[in-house]
Design a protein around this ligand. Structure first.
Ligand code: A2P
Length: 339
């Protein structure tokens, strides 16, 4: 019989946890025992996994002994408290929160970009990048390797699922209320998200940027292994349920034509080019990204205002490649080490 691995999903009742479960099933991950963990309020509930119904367990009273791989997506505070305990009990922790991403002794890994870093985990913890960085670096890594990237100007258009299940509920309920000429007070988002755009994701920092914006700076440099890359980010929440989009303007070290960039991207792992220069011939969250795996790239153009400038439109499902899929791909890399 082939080897199986005992897997725990921490935050199994959340938007990312649920997608982790689907991706594990779709990719036929070799699961032995499967533990679905959440807070006490969800414990005792049942979640389907194929033909099985699995009872949700309370993380606070769970004994991690015997878990081989733990996928965490229950927020930074939960990761800080419990990930070291799971690692101490022998599990490899793949953490979707930002709790450990910037620690030197925790690798930050995108399966198509720096998979070799998975084995470099002295604390038994591997960090999964933030969703907006994830999709951007999948598309930019081949260009950086070919011609070098000096500077990245990026504006993101991020869906509400990035704010978890409660973010999706707020957009749905608020939209329905407003279409019925009712009001619905914001609680998850700082201001109304229905029919609106909010240039604010995560906390504001002293430099005037939001933490979500700084994640694009810090994480891009760490994943691409190049601290000289300059990143100028603006992160915006948009009233879309699934899928983040990014308008990315690059300045490369040596010039790359749109045609050469397109050829590079067409053969890049995890990337699908959709660039027909015709109505509908570009990726959008709804028509391409939601529920699918690739990072889609379209609108590939040379920058009219810069001799070494290149423009891209990058779209991906933030819950899948941006979180759950990459986490499972990292788990597959861990399995590969052991087989
Ligand atoms: P629960 O549903 O029991 O609150 P989302 O990002 O979609 O909001 O999901 C967050 C996930 O993290 C949920 O599965 C949630 O479980 C879980 N979670 C949040 N806080 C805790 C906690 N203190 N202990 C365990 N799980 C938690």
């Amino acid at each position: 019989m082939s080897k199986t691995y005992n897997v725990a999903i921490v935050g199994a009742t959340g938007a990312v946890g649920e997608a982790m479960l689907s991706v594990l099933a779709e990719r036929q991950f070799p699961i032995g025992k499967l533990h679905l963990l959440a807070s006490a309020r969800s414990a005792g509930g049942k979640i389907d996994y194929g033909a099985r119904k699995i009872v949700v367990e309370d993380l606070a009273s769970f004994d991690p002994a015997g878990v081989d791989i733990a996928l965490f997506s229950a927020g930074g505070d939960v990761s800080k408290e419990y990930a070291p305990k799971f690692a101490a009990a022998g599990a490899v922790v793949i953490d979707n929160s930002s709790a450990f991403r910037y620690d030197d002794d925790v690798p930050l890994v995108v399966s198509e970009v720096n998979p070799d870093q998975v084995g470099n985990r002295p604390r038994g913890i591997i960090a999964n990048p933030n969703c907006s960085t994830m999709q951007m670096v999948v598309a930019l890594a081949p260009i950086h390797r070919a011609v070098g990237i000096e500077r990245i100007n990026v504006a993101t258009y991020q869906s509400v699922s990035g704010a978890g299940r409660s973010g999706m509920e707020e957009l749905g309920r608020q939209s329905a209320a407003m279409l019925g000429f009712q009001t619905y007070e914001p609680s998850k988002f700082a201001v109304q998200i229905a029919f609106n755009l909010i240039p604010h994701i995560d906390d504001f920092l002293d430099n005037g940027y939001t933490r979500e914006e700084m994640k694009l700076v810090w994480e891009t440099r760490k994943i691409l292994g190049d601290d000289s890359i300059q990143v100028n980010p603006t992160a915006v929440r948009v009233p879309v349920f699934y899928g983040h989009a990014e308008a990315v303007h690059l300045e490369t070290r040596t010039k790359i034509s749109a045609a050469d960039a397109r050829a590079l991207l067409e053969s890049a792992p995890g990337v699908e080019v959709v660039d027909d220069r015709a109505p509908g011939g570009y990726p959008t969250p709804v028509t391409h990204a939601a529920g699918t795996d690739p990072v889609y790239v379209g609108r590939i153009r040379e920058d009219l205002s810069h001799p070494r400038g290149l423009n891209l439109w990058i779209v991906s499902d933030n819950i899948r490649k941006g979180a759950a899929l990459n986490a499972v791909q990292l788990a597959e890399l861990v399995v590969k080490e052991r087989s």
